[in-house]
Design a protein around this ligand. Structure first.
Ligand SMILES: [Zn+2]
Ligand SMILES: [Zn+2]
Length: 675
């Protein structure tokens, strides 16, 4: 075991992005053979999570044999504290730090595993309660004494024991078998502290056990409240050590300050995650100082643009309960999850959200999502008006929505001088404000905003470009079925296809025949989608309507030629193709761009949108491009077809890219037809 390192004791990292510099430094040291790389099998490890709730509830069965309330109070308090710390960390550290990105992969791993240790400890507590009831249920008057005993056992026994256990875990075989899983997170989150390999939790139960056992065996008493409080406090301090922040008060850094040796800072443990073979200690760096394994780590200063800089605001709104469930304030783990549905019908979810919204509006009128950096010099941010889908259903509410959008523009202009605004999702709906035209008029008429050169963009040109190119690039496609072709985007896509692809027939699902072209026909029968290999959906059709169409087609013995339902509605709500008996159809979201340039767009422009990391809705991307180029004209109303291809070429230059879709099932179905 190599313990001493030949590198200088203090290593300062260059002032660059922490995420890239750290990983590249780690990779560099791995390639130089300085550090043992984490076993690759860990990254493939996926734990089965569907029985988690059951495992959490199982201890209830022991209610006849031992009190379960202390077990659940401790378990639930630990879970709540973990989530609370994550939220606070997000709000204070991650939200506006565009250089410190939450990654989808890490969030998924931590979400799957943060509960394991907590639930395992509940089982250990049940077992110990059965064997040594006295260890938990001493008289309440003993609590203070038990707490003092536990504190000193932690300092005197657990800390050194952990130091050596941790060094033992860093032996390459143990690293490979267990501890490497924890070290998969180089840029730690508070909850990284809870994420350990399954077997490793038993090492920790043995290591931390003395904190409970010794006060009982040597001091004669222990109490469940002390054990619970110890575990919660332990989690909080452990989470603090995994926070990606700088705590550089002299009390922790001055070499004459005892606190430097007695209590760690996040940088101490971040150093452990960066160097692997240093800073093994738990909460007290003392043992590393004494045994020569301490190594100074200084987290690079992210050097962010000023907190009050805000060049562009994309105005969103609430998207229903499913939207709230992926808000980082609610759970950071869910920010890259798909739009979450509950068992309630969508309408009921919307009504519920509306009621919640009415209460929230007593306190706030809008809320902001994290900021991001455009082209290294501009700051963009999503801000949402506190309006729910219900507000966009009833025309009687439209005037209020438009007023609120203009108020948001006014406030942001007054506070930050922001001049560029994008309208997200329903905020540019034709019925609401004629695709943003009304907003432009209201801004012009507003005495406060006159002369402020406010620009309003819908980004619809870019969405049209994305959808059109996605369809036009499908090889050998001769026909499509189009749902929602009468919308601004659908109509322009159809016009462009009719003009540029004379070989392609379009069947539009609508009773309103507003486009006259030999290639465009209309139908009101949804079953006809099965006659086309590709169906494009630009309007939410409830799942049960699809189900009805598929059932009807089955009755009529229709052959299903459909292989793709390509859907650009927002939010994308999955159609359960298996349940509806059409597993050969893939329902996939389009109208979604991959961001390839890490230097053009940085930060959390992608969270809480029900799509994957580093993806963005084209309208949002179009507005971002406009603000980067300082476009001084509005983009509202109908989409101008000649602008679409120009916009697309610009988008490609910025490194945006449509989804790569495997179209092999299309050629297969053609093949089958021929057979
Ligand atoms: Zn370690
Ligand atoms: Zn750690």
């Amino acid at each position: 075991m190599c313990l001493k390192t030949s590198e200088p004791k203090t290593v300062r990292q260059p002032n660059s992005d922490s995420s890239t510099s750290l990983s590249s430094q780690l990779l560099k040291s791995v390639s130089e053979g300085k550090t043992k790389m984490v076993d690759s099998t860990h990254s493939k490890h996926v734990r089965e999570t569907k029985y988690d709730t059951l495992l959490f509830l199982l201890p209830i069965l022991m209610v006849k044999f031992t009190p379960i309330l202390p077990v659940y109070m401790t378990g639930i308090a630990r879970m709540l504290s973990a989530h609370l710390i994550l939220t606070v960390h997000y709000l204070l550290c991650d939200k506006d730090n565009y250089k410190n990105k939450l990654t989808q992969k890490q969030l998924k791993r931590e979400k799957d595993d943060y509960l394991v240790g907590i639930v395992l400890h509940m089982y250990a507590q049940i077992l110990l309660q059965l064997i040594f009831p006295g260890m938990f249920f001493t008289d309440n008057s003993m609590i203070a004494k038990c707490a003092v005993w536990t504190f000193w056992t932690h300092v005197g026994v657990v800390e050194p024991l952990y130091y050596f256990a941790h060094r033992w875990l860093h032996i390459p075989e143990h690293m490979k078998a267990m501890h490497g899983f924890h070290h998969l997170s180089i840029h730690t989150l508070p909850s990284t502290s809870l994420v350990q390999n399954f077997q490793e939790h038993f090492v920790y139960i043995a290591t931390f056990g003395p904190a409970f056992l010794l006060p009982f065996f040597l001091g004669g008493a222990q109490h469940w409240a002390v054990i619970g409080a110890y575990l919660v406090l332990f989690d909080i301090i452990n989470a603090f050590g995994h926070m990606n922040i700088r705590v550089r008060h002299p009390i922790f850094t001055n070499k004459w300050s005892p606190m430097r040796y007695l209590f760690y800072t996040p940088e101490f443990h971040l150093g452990h995650h960066a160097y692997f073979r240093a800073n093994y200690g738990l909460f007290m760096p003392l043992w590393d100082f004494m045994l020569g394994t301490h190594r100074e780590y200084i987290k690079p200063d992210p050097k962010l643009l000023p907190a009050d800089q805000q060049d562009f605001v994309f105005i969103g709104h609430n998207g229903g309960l499913g939207h709230v469930l992926s808000c980082p304030e609610f759970s950071v783990y869910n920010v890259y999850e798909k739009y979450r549905r509950t068992f309630l019908p969508l309408q009921a979810e919307f009504m519920f959200m509306h009621a919640v919204n009415c209460v929230c509006r007593l306190f706030v009128k809008s809320y902001t999502v994290s900021r991001y950096c455009i082209g290294g010099s501009k700051i963009g941010r999503i801000a949402c008006v506190l309006k729910t889908p219900v507000d966009y259903i009833y025309p009687s509410r439209y005037a209020a929505v438009n007023k609120e959008i203009v108020d948001l523009i006014k406030n942001n202009n007054a506070k930050y001088g922001t001049r560029y605004f994008g309208l997200g999702n329903l905020n540019k709906m034709k019925q609401l404000n004629d695709g943003g035209k009304t907003i432009v008029d209201m801004v012009k008429a507003d005495p406060e905003l006159q002369g402020k050169n406010i620009r309003i963009w819908t980004g619809d040109t870019m969405t049209t470009a994305s959808v059109y190119n996605q369809i036009a690039e499908i090889p050998n496609l001769k026909s499509i079925f189009f749902i929602g072709a009468n919308g601004k985007i659908g109509q322009t896509v159809c016009e462009l296809l009719a003009k540029n692809r004379p070989d392609m027939k379009i069947t539009v699902f609508s009773s309103w025949e507003n486009m006259q072209h030999p290639n465009i026909t209309y139908t009101t029968d949804l079953t006809e989608l099965l006659k086309h290999q590709v169906c494009v959906a630009g309007k939410i059709v409830p799942g049960h309507k699809y189900a009805k169409a598929f059932a009807k087609a089955r009755e009529q013995n229709m052959t299903n030629h459909c292989r793709f339902i390509m859907d650009y509605t927002v939010p994308f709500i999955d159609i359960d193709v298996k349940k509806y008996g059409v597993p050969e159809i893939q329902h996939i979201p389009i109208g979604l761009l991959r961001v390839n340039s890490k230097s053009f767009l940085r930060g959390h422009f992608d969270i809480c949108m029900s799509h994957d990391q580093d993806h963005i809705y084209p309208c949002h991307a179009g507005c971002i491009m406009n603000s980067h180029e300082e476009r001084e004209t509005d983009e509202v109303g109908d989409v101008i077809p000649v602008e679409v291809e120009k916009m697309w070429q610009r988008a490609l230059n910025y490194g945006f890219q449509n989804r790569i879709i495997d179209y092999r099932t299309l050629s297969n179905s053609e093949h089958k037809k021929h057979c």
